[in-house]
Design a protein around this ligand. Structure first.
Ligand SMILES: Nc1ncnc2c1ncn2[C@@H]1O[C@H](COP(=O)(O)OP(=O)(O)OP(=O)(O)O)[C@@H](O)[C@H]1O
Length: 241
């Protein structure tokens, strides 16, 4: 039942944003966290009935010193080609650059290494495990911390690398990835990051949960606004003049 629900939401997002084309080779960025493990499982199932035939592989970037052997086993069981790339991201972020706000540098380094590896392996697409709650949180973080109306896109073509990033789980709520993780017993790799859980994203997540309990529907409305570009009423001086 959980897989059927996940598949129906993923299929809708894939179709709404035209994410997959015939003969695509898609690399799932597999962190070993619940979200990308769920994504890998969804795409493996989706492959069976997708109208566009595509190849699927998984890439894991090791930030340094993580035992990812459970991911090798999982991919073997699912019959998915698996690539682990050793990196020195942890050393660069924490020992060399000694970043006070490590998350954005770490995310940039991971994104670059993942896209480069996918390109080298002949992939046309990279799939990331961002879900609906990530989108709502990112939208609010941009507004609150940067004063911008902005969010990541469900599909982005990167012309430098010639690769397209897709996020097939943008209609899937986080609670569903937690449920899938329990139900299918995914081999979750504990995130070794010292900043894990104490980030701005965590603050916004908690704030939204509080708001949503006192004002039910808040998260639904934020997500609705994100999907309604025609109703973006902002003060445009040139148009108002
Ligand atoms: N070390 C990594 N190797 C490969 N892909 C990664 C790695 N870290 C992150 N990604 C990809 O980028 C996405 C977003 O990264 P982020 O750190 O926000 O993860 P997350 O929201 O905690 O998700 P997850 O539960 O999959 O770790 C992940 O879902 C995954 O697809």
């Amino acid at each position: 039942m959980t897989m059927q629900k996940l598949l129906s939401k993923a299929r809708k997002a894939i179709q709404d944003f035209d994410m997959i084309q015939k003969n695509d080779k898609i690399a799932v960025g597999l962190s070993g966290g619940k979200d990308s493990l769920t994504l890998l499982h969804i795409l493996k199932n989706y492959q069976r009935f997708s109208p566009q035939k595509f190849e699927l592989i998984a890439i894991t970037l090791n930030p340094g010193g993580v035992d990812n052997s459970p991911l090798y086993k999982l991919c073997k069981d699912l019959d998915i080609e698996f690539h682990e790339v050793q990196t020195d991201i942890k050393e660069i972020v924490f020992d060399i650059r000694k970043e006070k706000n490590p998350c954005s540098l770490c995310a940039n380094l991971r994104r670059g290494a993942l896209n480069d590896t996918a390109k080298k392996l002949g992939c046309t697409k990279v799939a990331l495990g961002h879900h609906k709650d990530d989108a709502i949180e990112t939208f609010i973080m941009s507004l609150f911390y940067e004063g911008r109306v902005n969010c990541f896109s469900p599909k982005t073509y990167l012309d430098k690398q010639g690769i397209t990033v897709i996020r097939p789980m943008v209609y899937i709520e986080e609670y569903m990835t937690k449920k899938a993780t329990k139900e299918f017993n995914y081999p979750v790799i504990v995130n070794p990051c010292p900043a894990n859980g104490s980030t701005k994203r965590q603050d916004v997540k908690e704030l939204l949960a509080q708001l949503n309990s006192t004002m039910p529907g808040v998260k639904k409305n934020i997500f609705g606004a994100l999907n309604n570009s025609e109703k973006l009423f902002i003060w445009d001086k040139d148009k108002i003049k």
